[in-house]
Design a protein around this ligand. Structure first.
Ligand SMILES: Nc1ncnc2c1ncn2[C@@H]1O[C@H](COP(=O)(O)OP(=O)(O)OP(=O)(O)O)[C@@H](O)[C@H]1O
Ligand SMILES: [Mg+2]
Length: 319
């Protein structure tokens, strides 16, 4: 792709004292993409986003948004993007509508029909004072202010927090329409299910390290499958160890459960050599792939026991 990337991170590092919150992170996001930025609590997602928007200063490395330098051209960048921070601060004494009018004026005015449409679609209530809002309605207001000037780039830090499932669905439709119109969405999230629903690309970050950047379609192709084999008599799991494509195999009596990727043929060849009675296969969802990335990282760090204690927020709780 030759177009200027909408967002570019080039060896971004952010330290707080001796602690490295973001460690040498580089990636690009292109126009029309929805880019999911996924990681557990404390992974460095918000720190990356704040550095990208010059809300905090990187220790080293550079960021560009719409081809502009995030430090030198911060004002221009803020004018052209929409941003939903994780910790949105609003004025409790203003109503939702007054808040949006104020923010719209700061931007030199916005097309109010866009605000009305967003309000309708997200089923937001603009009439109450913000201090009296439910957390979901507060989040809706945050989303509306990010989208209301129809920016070229949207940077959204955990946007679905507090939204009910129907509103999440509508919001995800909105994201897809935004990308279809050639605009760019950078979306941080804890939940693979959200990212799977909308994103074209996904980056995994953990403890400040970028573990992988993958196209969603390729990630889905890599999905592991789980197979359950029933034999006429007990078979040791070890006969499946080392078989092409098999990741894990465990035996309990005459039942063997294994995970595999790619073709089932090598696994079946071994199974049929042992009088297999039945075969059942199911797709393992992306949650498990997500964990696989972390497992690889932990093993690479020589700390295989750490996975059990990892601070993963890998639930589908909000969905
Ligand atoms: N101002 C700060 N001073 C010191 N440490 C900080 C500061 N801001 C963030 N950190 C640390 O940097 C790490 C990354 O934090 P960050 O907020 O970027 O994580 P996150 O991925 O956004 O997590 P969450 O999913 O909980 O929002 C954490 O260990 C956090 O404690
Ligand atoms: Mg955060």
């Amino acid at each position: 792709m030759t177009a200027t990337p909408s967002i570019e991170l080039d060896h971004l590092t952010k330290k707080f004292g001796d602690f490295t919150a973001v460690d040498d992170v580089s990636f690009e996001i292109h126009p029309g993409e929805i880019f999911g930025f996924l990681g557990p609590n404390g992974a460095g997602k918000s720190t990356t986003i704040r550095s990208l928007l010059d809300l905090i200063r990187p220790t080293s490395g550079t960021c560009r948004v719409l081809g502009l330098d995030s430090r030198q051209d911060a004002v221009e960048i803020h004018r052209r993007i929409g941003f939903l921070p994780a910790d949105l601060a609003l004025w409790n004494n203003l109503t939702g509508e007054q808040t949006l009018k104020y923010l719209a004026n700061l931007r030199g005015g916005v097309d109010w029909s866009v605000v009305r449409e967003l309000t309708d679609r997200l089923d937001a209530d603009l009439s109450k004072k913000v201090g009296e809002y439910s957390s979901g309605n507060r989040q809706k207001l945050g989303i509306i202010q990010a989208f209301m000037h129809q920016p070229e780039v949207l940077i959204l830090d955990e946007p679905i927090t507090g939204l009910d499932p129907l509103v999440q669905l509508e919001f995800h439709t909105l994201l897809k329409e935004t990308a279809d119109a050639g605009r760019t969405v950078f979306l941080s999230s804890h939940t693979i299910s959200e990212v799977e629903r909308v994103a074209d690309k996904v980056a995994f970050i953990r403890r400040g390290h970028l573990i992988a950047v993958e196209k969603m379609s390729e990630l889905q192709d890599k999905a592991l499958r789980r197979i359950t084999l029933e034999f006429s008599q007990p078979v040791p799991a070890t006969v499946f160890h080392g078989v092409e494509g098999v990741h894990e195999a465990t035996a309990e009596g005459a039942t063997v459960t294994a995970q595999y990727e790619g073709s089932m043929a090598p696994l079946l060849a071994v199974a049929t050599a042992h009088d297999v009675l039945s075969v059942a296969s199911a797709s393992v969802d992306l949650d498990e792939i997500f964990l696989e990335f972390y497992r690889d990282e932990v093993v690479a760090a020589g700390d295989a026991t750490d996975l059990d204690n990892a601070d993963l927020d890998n639930t589908n709780g909000a969905a």
